[in-house]
Design a protein around this ligand. Structure first.
Ligand code: GLA
Length: 392
C-alpha cells in the first residue's frame, strides 16, 4: 500500500483528505524466548515488514472515528464519554483502548485530545501469533499522539499499548509484542530483559539462510486460551521458590544452578514443568543470542529446536498443528532451526532455512502438513523491518 492509495481510501471513507498523515507499525516474530516475558525473563523478537498502516487527520470536535480497509465494522466515540469495551466494536476495541489510555495519560499532565479520523489497513494475518493486535495498538498510539502534537517517547507508547491490551481488551499479555512492534530496527532482533526493560539490538546476519514463517492456519484465540492459566501456574511456582530464594522477584531472576537446588520443593509436577521451561528457555535466549553474534547459526538453530521441544513437553502450548509443522520442517535437510513462535495453541512457526532449500522446504512441508492436518499452511519469507514510525 503506498501513500496515494491510502489517502484515496481515506478520501472514500471520510469524504476529505486534507491534513492526512500516514503512520505504520509492524508485526513481529519472536526468534526465541517464549512465555518468558511475563516472567521477567529474556525475549528475542524482531519486527517484520508487514504491519498496519493508519491514515489519520485531526478533528476539533472531540470525536474519534475509526474505520478499516480490512473489516466492515466502524466505530465512533467522543473524548467526553466513558470508553468501554463493546463486543460489537470488534477490532475497533484496540484503538479505543489505546485512546482511553492516551486520554488518561494526558489528564495526568493537564493536556487534552480533540478528535481524529483514522482509516486502518493491515496485511498481517490475523490471529496468527504475529502481533496484529500490538501493531494496531502502536500505530494508533503513535498517530493519535502525533496528531495531537505530543511527542511521547516510544517506550512510553509501548507500555501504554500493553496497558490498553491488559485493561481494555482484557488479555493479560506481557510486554514483548508491543516492545518489538514499537522499538524494532531493520535487520536486527532485540534482546530484551522484560523486568528491567534493558535491551540490546543484535544484527541478524544470516547470509545464505532465510527466516521462513509458516502459518498453521489454525486460529488461535489468545483471550480464551490457556494463556492466563499458564501465567498463574508460573506465579504459583514463583511463590514456592521465593520461600527458598527470598531475593528472587521473578522467574527470570532464577539461574539454572539455583533452580536445580530448589526444584524438588515444588511438589506439583505440572507447576514444576512450567517453571522448568521458563528457566531453561531463559538460558537458551542467552546462548542463542551469543551464537548469532558469533555467526554460529547451527547452534542458534539447535536452540530454536530445543525451545520448541520445551514448549511442547514442559509448557504444553503447541498442539498437533504446530508440532506437525515442527517435525516436517526439521526433516528438511536445509532447515537448521525451527520452532513455534508467539503464544502457541496454533499460530505460526519460524524456521531457519538454507536459501537454496527454501523452495523444497515450502513444497515438502506444505504437502506433508496438509496430509496430516487437512489444513493448508501459508509461508512468508521474512524480512526484518523497522518499528512504529510516521511514513509519509
Ligand atoms: C503472546 C503475548 C506475549 C508473550 C507471548 C509468549 O504473544 O502477547 O506477551 O507472552 O505470547 O511468549
Amino acid at each position: 500500500m503506498n501513500a496515494s492509495e491510502l489517502k484515496e481510501l481515506f478520501q472514500n471513507q471520510f469524504g476529505y483528505n486534507e491534513g492526512v498523515r500516514v503512520f505504520f507499525a509492524p508485526g513481529r516474530v519472536n526468534l526465541i524466548g517464549e512465555h518468558t516475558d511475563y516472567n521477567g525473563g529474556y525475549v528475542f523478537p524482531a519486527a517484520l515488514t508487514f504491519g498496519t498502516w493508519a491514515a489519520a487527520a485531526p478533528r476539533k470536535d472531540n470525536v474519534y472515528r475509526f474505520a478499516s480497509a480490512n473489516f466492515p465494522t466502524e466505530a465512533e466515540c467522543s473524548v467526553s464519554e466513558t470508553l468501554v469495551y463493546r463486543e460489537e466494536d470488534d477490532w475497533a476495541n484496540y484503538p479505543k483502548g489505546v485512546l482511553n489510555e492516551l486520554i488518561q495519560l494526558a489528564e495526568d499532565e493537564n493536556k487534552s485530545y480533540s478528535g481524529a479520523d483514522i482509516l486502518f489497513y493491515g496485511n498481517i494475518p490475523n490471529g496468527a501469533g504475529l502481533s496484529s493486535s500490538a501493531s494496531i495498538e502502536l500505530v494508533t498510539a503513535l498517530a493519535l499522539s502525533k496528531l495531537a502534537g505530543f511527542d511521547i517517547p516510544m517506550l512510553e507508547l509501548v507500555k501504554l499499548g500493553q496497558r490498553a491490551e491488559n485493561r481494555f481488551v482484557g488479555v493479560n499479555c506481557g510486554i514483548m509484542d508491543q516492545f518489538a512492534v514499537g522499538m524494532g530496527k531493520k535487520d536486527h532482533a532485540m534482546m530484551l530483559k522484560c523486568d528491567t526493560m534493558e535491551y540490546q539490538y543484535v544484527p541478524v546476519k544470516i547470509e545464505g539462510y532465510k527466516l521462513v514463517i509458516t502459518n498453521t492456519n489454525k486460529r488461535r484465540g489468545l483471550a480464551d486460551s490457556k494463556y492466563n492459566e499458564r501465567r498463574s501456574e508460573c506465579e504459583e511456582g514463583l511463590a514456592i521458590i521465593k520461600k527458598y530464594l527470598p531475593e528472587v522477584q521473578s522467574l527470570g531472576d532464577v539461574s539454572l544452578q539455583n533452580w536445580n537446588k530448589v526444584k524438588s520443593h515444588i511438589e506439583n509436577e505440572t507447576i514444576r514443568r512450567r517453571v522448568e521451561h521458563v528457566i531453561t528457555e531463559n538460558e537458551r535466549v542467552l546462548l542463542a543470542t551469543k551464537s548469532l553474534q558469533e555467526n554460529a547459526l547451527v547452534s542458534f538453530g539447535e536452540m530454536m529446536k530445543q525451545s520448541h521441544e520445551s514448549l511442547r513437553d514442559l509448557y504444553e502450548v503447541t498442539g498437533f498443528e504446530l508440532d506437525t509443522l515442527f517435525e516436517e520442517a526439521a526433516k528438511i535437510e536445509g532447515c537448521i532451526g525451527t520452532r513455534m513462535t508467539g503464544a502457541g495453541f496454533g499460530g505460526c512457526n519460524v524456521s531457519l532455512v538454507k536459501e537454496h532449500a527454501v523452495d523444497e522446504f515450502k513444497e515438502k512441508v506444505a504437502k506433508n502438513y496438509s496430509l496430516k492436518t487437512k489444513l493448508d499452511p501459508d509461508f512468508y519469507v521474512c524480512e526484518i523491518g523497522d518499528g512504529a514510525k510516521e511514513v509519509f
